[in-house]
Design a protein around this ligand. Structure first.
Ligand code: HEC
Ligand code: HEC
Ligand code: HEC
Ligand code: HEC
Ligand code: HEC
Ligand code: HEC
Ligand code: HEC
Ligand code: HEC
Ligand code: HEC
Ligand code: HEC
Length: 335
């Protein structure tokens, strides 16, 4: 909050008007004078607020909302409510019933209601009510800042907490994941695992996969199924293949993690375990070479089964997502 001489003078002018109105109303000339004491309508109200909230006025004018051309945009009172009493009382936190978005005693729904009065029609917001965020009292202003963040240029300005991890960025460009992971700490830790989707590197964003405004799908992902989501970028895994692998067609997450993993290629487990969850270890390949055929070699000190080392099963079953090769090469996903 700042004050300027210009603001002080407009405040003085306003106070003088109020006093004048009071005197005149006592004299019985009410209606016309009271009207003069009202705050100016629409964007002109900015002049009154400026004296005490210069920085908020400046950031408002820089936002899409306050740009001159945006005639459908809100003014201060559209969002903060009628500020008549607030100004009359000389301002102050909790004074005059203005809606303060940082005020935790005001419900998230009421705050969101302000925004939805205009943005309800946006198709990205269609499932806001059903979304996990609304249901957990997260409101629009927990992600969006309406008054900007100094030094972090962004059209759709997101709340920018101090970076939580050593940033990989080489620019001051704000990365969206910083906003999301300020709450989603577990996801943040997944992003720092050796194998991860390149989100901290800024190549893809959380909202490439999720709709933060709500969706009916599992985990608010943008597609109806996981396979659809993943193959929207990894199209070569979509098939159809002459020889398809049923778990791939069913759900990529049977074998992969979505955010990050300690195993190469985002695998949920290391091969061969990831395969042997379904394929019986007692048959091929467990016993093909005879002997122990596992990590526990018989006799002790022998070599472990080659099918279990390095990329394990995928050394031979290379086209694990499906194959169009003829005969057994295709059928068994071999090289
Ligand atoms: C006479 C100075 C003054 C004027 C004029 C003024 N305010 Fe304030 N306002 C304040 C002060 C002081 C605070 C408390 C700020 C703080 O504690 O950081 C405040 C707080 C607020 C808050 C937060 C309230 C809360 O409960 O959290 C809002 C919203 C607000 N003002 C909006 C406006 C708007 C909109 C206008 C113009 C119509 C306006 N103010 C005009 C002085 C003023
Ligand atoms: C689109 C809705 C919207 C408009 C328009 C808007 N504000 Fe805000 N204002 C907010 C939100 C949301 C916050 C919470 C902080 C943030 O988002 O950066 C806020 C914060 C504030 C605060 C700090 C108190 C608090 O609640 O944190 C003041 C003071 C304020 N605004 C004054 C103004 C003034 C003056 C104008 C007009 C020039 C204005 N605002 C226009 C939504 C709006
Ligand atoms: C009086 C109506 C109105 C209200 C209230 C309102 N907005 Fe907006 N908002 C607009 C308009 C109009 C635009 C410009 C849309 C366009 O050009 O498509 C806009 C644009 C935006 C944008 C996009 C900015 C950009 O740079 O593209 C965001 C984000 C946004 N509003 C969030 C909010 C949030 C959050 C709130 C509540 C705190 C809010 N709005 C309240 C009318 C409103
Ligand atoms: C969990 C964080 C989060 C919440 C909560 C949130 N938003 Fe957003 N919003 C975003 C992100 C991230 C983007 C940018 C999306 C992109 O780049 O695809 C965005 C974009 C927007 C846009 C502009 C682009 C578009 O999709 O049309 C508008 C308008 C908007 N949000 C309004 C709102 C309103 C209104 C609310 C509250 C009802 C809200 N948002 C709540 C994160 C959020
Ligand atoms: C490549 C697509 C993709 C990206 C990018 C992505 N997610 Fe996810 N996310 C998913 C999928 C798919 C699930 C469902 C996982 C499941 O059910 O095992 C999920 C689940 C979640 C969940 C709920 C389950 C859990 O693990 O807690 C949260 C919260 C979440 N994601 C947040 C984020 C955040 C925050 C980001 C950005 C840092 C992000 N996601 C980026 C695909 C993605
Ligand atoms: C202010 C804190 C906050 C911020 C910021 C936030 N979230 Fe959330 N998010 C929550 C809470 C609380 C829940 C519900 C509890 C849970 O599932 O962890 C949730 C749930 C989710 C879920 C659904 C998880 C499920 O199990 O269905 C996804 C996906 C998600 N958030 C993604 C995001 C993305 C993407 C962003 C950034 C654009 C974001 N969140 C920003 C607090 C936040
Ligand atoms: C928005 C696009 C996008 C979506 C959607 C997407 N990915 Fe990715 N994925 C990428 C990018 C980009 C890379 C990094 C590729 C590179 O570095 O060459 C990647 C890499 C991978 C890798 C290799 C990781 C490594 O360590 O080498 C796997 C496995 C993967 N994704 C699986 C998935 C799965 C499973 C899903 C669905 C939950 C999915 N992807 C959804 C863009 C996407
Ligand atoms: C049966 C387990 C399994 C399923 C299900 C699965 N994958 Fe994989 N995926 C693997 C294995 C194993 C690797 C490692 C291959 C290697 O090391 O050469 C891999 C590697 C990848 C890679 C990185 C290497 C490459 O080939 O580009 C991507 C991307 C990928 N998978 C995407 C997907 C997508 C998308 C789906 C769902 C359509 C999916 N995976 C389903 C087991 C699976
Ligand atoms: C979720 C269970 C599941 C997982 C995990 C899984 N598979 Fe499969 N796999 C199947 C099913 C089901 C079939 C089809 C069997 C059939 O058609 O009789 C199959 C078929 C195969 C076939 C062709 C065999 C045939 O008889 O047609 C090979 C080879 C194979 N899988 C290798 C692997 C490898 C290697 C992995 C690990 C990277 C793996 N699978 C992980 C379920 C799984
Ligand atoms: C050294 C190469 C090689 C390795 C390593 C390997 N396989 Fe195979 N696998 C094959 C060949 C070749 C066939 C086809 C056998 C045939 O033609 O009868 C096959 C067949 C299969 C079949 C279908 C027939 C059956 O016996 O059920 C499955 C399932 C299978 N492998 C799973 C696995 C799994 C799981 C692993 C890792 C634990 C693995 N394979 C490791 C070469 C290999």
């Amino acid at each position: 909050m700042q004050s300027s001489s210009h603001g002080r003078s407009s405040r003085k002018r306003y106070l003088l008007l109020s006093i004048a109105a009071l005197i005149l109303s006592a004299a019985g000339v009410i209606s016309l004078r009271i009207a003069e004491a009202q705050l100016p309508a629409g964007r002109d109200v900015v002049e009154v607020c400026k004296g005490c909230h210069a920085d908020y006025v400046q950031s408002y004018l820089a936002h899409r909302h306050g740009q001159a051309g945006n005639v459908r945009g809100p003014d201060c009172q559209t969002c903060h409510g009628n500020a008549e009493a607030h100004v009359k009382a000389g301002g102050g936190r909790g004074v005059g019933g203005v809606l303060g978005f940082s005020n935790k005693t005001i419900s998230a729904d009421r705050k969101a209601g302000v925004c939805l009065s205009c943005h309800e029609g946006n198709r990205h917001l269609a499932f806001w009510d059903a979304g996990k965020h609304r249901k957990n009292d997260v409101s629009c202003n927990n992600c969006h800042t309406l008054h900007g963040t100094p030094g972090k240029g962004s059209t759709i300005a997101l709340v920018a907490p101090d970076p939580l991890v050593a940033p990989y960025e080489t620019t001051v460009r704000q990365l969206q994941y910083e906003t999301c992971t300020s709450c989603h700490r577990q996801i943040r830790s997944q992003l720092l695992r050796p194998s991860h989707h390149p989100i901290v590197e800024g190549r893809i964003t959380c909202t490439d996969c999720h709709n933060p405004h709500g969706a009916l799908s599992h985990a608010m992902v943008k597609s109806e199924s996981v396979v659809q989501l993943c193959t929207s970028c990894h199209a070569e895994k979509r098939g159809p293949f002459i020889w398809g692998h049923p778990p791939v067609e069913e759900n990529c997450l049977t074998c992969h993690n979505s955010h990050g993993s300690n195993h190469a290629r985002l695998l949920a487990e290391k091969a061969p375990n990831v395969c042997q969850d379904c394929h019986d270890a007692a048959k091929h390949p467990g016993t093909v070479y005879g002997g122990g055929g596992g990590w526990n070699t018989i006799p002790p000190g022998g070599t472990p089964n080659t099918r279990l080392i390095a990329r394990g099963c995928v050394n031979c079953h290379f086209h694990i997502h499906g194959s169009n090769a003829p005969a057994n090469r295709g059928k068994y996903f071999l090289r």
